[in-house]
Every structure is written in structure tokens, then in C-alpha cells.
Design a protein. Structure first.
Length: 53
């Protein structure tokens, strides 16, 4: 991803709706989204930057 000017906001794609009843992968993705919302909806970039594996 390219550099973003200081103070600018990078805008990504809107998330598509997930049907958790349509399978285990969709259910897992849905649960991850709920967890992300509970964490204050951090950007994926911020989540990656603050995560350790």
C-alpha cells in the first residue's frame, strides 16, 4: 500500500455482509468482526501494528 500524507485518512473497501449460518469460515469471520467492534473498531493497519505473534 502506498504512503499516506500526514493527517490524511486512508479509506479502504467497505466490508461485505457475512452470514454466519452459511458455514464455519463465515461464522469465524463474523465472530472476528464482532471482536474487532468490541475493541473499538481499530483499522486493520493499527491492529497489525499493535499485534504480536
Amino acid at each position: 500500500m502506498g504512503a499516506v500524507a500526514e493527517g490524511a485518512v486512508a479509506v479502504g473497501r467497505a466490508e461485505k455482509p457475512l452470514d454466519p449460518a452459511s458455514g464455519p469460515v463465515q461464522r469465524f469471520a463474523h465472530e472476528l468482526r464482532l471482536l474487532r467492534e468490541k475493541a473499538g473498531s481499530p483499522t486493520y493497519h493499527r491492529s497489525r501494528a499493535t499485534s504480536t505473534v
